[in-house]
Ligand binder design. Structure first.
Ligand SMILES: C[S@@+](CC[C@H](N)C(=O)[O-])C[C@H]1O[C@@H](n2cnc3c(N)ncnc32)[C@H](O)[C@@H]1O
Length: 201
């Protein structure tokens, strides 16, 4: 397994990605055709920026990629990329200027700080996942797609079930480049359904 990790680490260095995570997004993209020329992408928890690098290549000059993270991004940004250092719980539309929501695709590779206490960590994972779903209801185009990093554990089923109510199809995906021992699994919601609730106003 270590060899596989080294393989992706070396590949990222050779191909100029700031992290090996780029290959997780690449695998999901190759399987489900997430990205294409001209799309607008919101990348939540984007630091150090390998998903932004990959997405920017795929959407080309006609698309754009906007990243958000608690940590400041060191990545050089081209004119069709934007970034705000912010907690996703504090986001509002003014942060995206000059880009204008809604987006075609919302990505989240975020994980909360863990405590080692299963119930507390589960609640944090669920809270973060639900925040992504809430933001997607506000800023993702109808029929747009949403990819969320989730974890096997107490938060998994509730998040999956909520997503099933908000997307036409929901598919779990464990990329080969994800560490086998890691509990991470990505949930891909395809085709956002408009959910009528006050949060949509
Ligand atoms: C695994 S990293 C993302 C890697 C990134 N996809 C890449 O390819 O370079 C997860 C990021 O989520 C960010 N994060 C976690 N909670 C956050 C929050 N509430 N608001 C914004 N960013 C958050 C962390 O700061 C961390 O940089």
């Amino acid at each position: 397994m270590k060899e596989v990790q080294d393989h992706y680490f070396k590949k990222a260095k050779t191909e100029g990605y700031v992290a090996r995570s780029a290959y997780k997004l690449e695998e999901i993209d190759q399987k489900h055709g997430l990205l294409r020329n001209g799309l607008s992408v919101l990348d939540l928890g984007c630091f150090p920026g390998s998903w932004m690098q990959y997405a920017q290549k795929r959407v080309g000059q006609k698309g754009f990629v906007f990243g958000v993270d608690l940590q400041d991004l060191q990545l050089p940004l081209s004119p069709n990329m934007g970034f705000i250092q912010e907690d996703v719980f504090n986001l509002n539309e003014t942060h995206f200027a000059p880009f204008i929501p809604p987006f075609d695709l919302v990505l989240s590779d975020m994980a909360p700080k863990t405590t080692g206490h299963q119930q507390i960590d589960g609640a944090r994972v669920l809270g973060l996942g639900q925040m992504v779903l809430f933001l997607a209801q506000r800023w993702l185009k109808p029929s747009g797609n949403c990819l969320i990093k989730a974890f096997h554990g107490p938060a998994f089923e509730p998040l999956l079930n909520q997503m099933k109510g908000e997307y036409k199809k929901v598919k779990p995906f464990k990329p080969k480049s994800s560490r086998k021992e890691s509990k991470e699994v990505f949930l891909l919601g395809m085709g956002r359904i408009w959910v009528p609730k006050e949060t949509n106003e």
